[in-house]
Design a binder for this molecule. Structure first.
Ligand code: TYD
Ligand code: MG
Length: 450
């Protein structure tokens, strides 16, 4: 083999280079290249066929595709994000930062599956069986019926899966399993790739659904695992702030369903509890204080009411602070610019803080109007709306116009459901930000024809 034994691999995207670089040529991240020594082994030789033979292509219409029944985990929010349950033989990656609740979620799911008569297996590489038991005790009797092995050796884990043939197997986490035949340390790109690749082969051959738990690095990419994202069928991301109780589960990739679904959970002393009526929780906490607006957001196929809060204060810094929690910083910058240019509220000398209450993240253009109204209200110190909090949604164009966003009727219906009748949204009468500000009573500059 003419390849050198030493390689540098990016721990973020998996890019390989014979030379070290400060910045990864693949993904542009800094200081992510780490040296890996490769022993020529299955990683390099796997999948290379020795005797190639021509295959007979088949028309797609004639391909046999038996309808498979999905395995419901009994956790409605998880099932929905997966697209209706776990597909047998699929490989699912659940990523999230440490302590967010990945082990709690997967333990609960396996417990429910076991209670429904499914064969399951929990492979714990991070915690001892006793530690996992302590958690399961809090989750209830079903979680205690789950069979567990505490092991980090990949070959032993694969042999156990072959012997037990569970329908669903959780591997917690993919970064601690290792193949002794490879020289890289557990969690290195080579190891993670090998571990996931071999688990995938078992998943497909034996029709075992494998749920891989993966830790996310500070930068937000699942460690090692952008390498894994193309390999697995589903990538779920478990997010939230550790200090807050709300958690959101969203799908970043799903070969068997939509990627825009979001599940909302709350962590309490009995584990993760699904928050089915998230709107009621979030909107119920909304106040009529200056700087507060209820946003009618869409999270995948469901409407969700969340409170957007803004604070504007005189700044001593140049440039002033712009802090965005739960909304994209670039969106905030755009809203501030449009507000300054077309809304008469120039906040260039103020610190600006915007946050979505409850620790939820909204990533859609439909949030623009609510953010702008909250900022204008905060800047002026006046409350919006009448008896009830004001609700809003709509996208801001660069020329100060309000643009339509999808599912307007469902957003309005959701607001009505929770008693919010004062909803500002793009329409014939409300075509610009200026008009919206006037309608909300938050105009901070003298009226001019819009
Ligand atoms: P864990 O699932 O271990 O997180 P991860 O596997 O993502 O690292 O648990 C996360 C936190 O949740 C932990 O700090 C303790 C807390 N927790 C509860 O508040 N209630 C519970 O019932 C359980 C099981 C955990
Ligand atoms: Mg864990």
């Amino acid at each position: 083999m003419a390849r050198s034994a030493s390689l540098f691999a990016c721990s973020s995207c998996g890019h390989e280079s014979p030379k070290w670089h400060g910045r990864c040529p693949g993904c542009g991240e800094w200081n992510t290249l780490v040296e890996e020594t490769r022993s020529p082994g299955p990683a390099d030789g796997a999948g290379r066929s020795r005797s190639a033979r021509a295959l007979k292509p088949v028309a797609l219409g004639e391909v046999q595709a038996p309808r498979v029944e999905r395995l419901r985990t009994g956790i409605g929010e998880l099932d929905r994000v997966l697209g209706g349950g776990v597909v047998p033989g699929s490989l699912v990656l659940i990523g999230g930062s440490p302590g967010i609740g990945k082990s709690t979620l997967t333990s609960g799911a396996l417990g429910n599956l076991a209670a429904a008569g499914r064969s399951v297996l929990y492979v714990s590489g991070e915690e001892s069986a006793a530690q996992v038991k302590l958690r399961a005790q809090r989750l209830g009797p079903a979680a205690l019926t789950v069979p567990i092995v505490a092991e980090t050796d990949l070959d032993s884990v694969l042999a156990t899966i072959e012997a037990e043939r569970p329908e669903v197997c959780v591997v917690d986490s993919v970064q601690v399993l290792y193949d002794p035949a490879l020289s890289g340390s557990p969690g290195s790109v080579g190891q993670v790739r090998e571990v996931a690749g071999r688990l995938m082969r078992v998943a497909k051959e034996r029709s075992v659904a494998v749920i891989l738990v993966g830790h996310v690095t500070k930068e937000g990419s699942i460690a090692g695992p952008r390498v894994l994202e193309h390999l697995v069928d589903c990538v779920l991301s478990f997010e939230g702030e550790r200090e807050r109780t709300y958690r959101t589960l969203r799908s970043l990739k799903n070969r068997f369903g939509s990627t825009s679904e979001v599940g909302v959970f709350e962590m309490n002393e009995h584990g993760l509890v699904e928050v089915e009526d998230a709107s009621a929780r979030f909107a119920g906490e909304a106040t009529r204080a200056p700087g507060s607006v209820v946003l009618c957001a869409m999270e995948g196929s469901r409407p969700l009411l969340v409170e957007v809060q803004a604070l504007v204060a005189p700044s001593e810094l140049v440039p002033p602070r712009r802090v965005a929690n739960g909304v994209d910083r670039n969106r905030l910058a755009l809203v501030l610019a449009v507000l300054a240019r077309h809304g008469g509220a120039a906040l260039g000398g103020s610190d600006v803080f915007v946050s979505v209450a409850g620790g939820v993240r909204v990533d859609e253009p439909g949030a623009d109007l609510a953010i702008a109204l909250a900022l204008a209200s905060a800047a002026r110190g006046t409350e919006l709306g009448g008896e009830q909090p004001l609700a809003a949604f709509g996208e801001l164009g660069l020329t100060g116009e309000l643009r339509h966003v999808g599912h307007a009727d469902r957003r309005i219906a959701e607001a009505r459901k929770f008693g919010l009748t004062n909803v500002l949204h793009p329409g014939e009468r409300l075509s610009t930000l200026r008009r919206a500000l006037a309608a909300a009573g938050a105009r901070s500059a003298p009226a001019r024809a819009a």
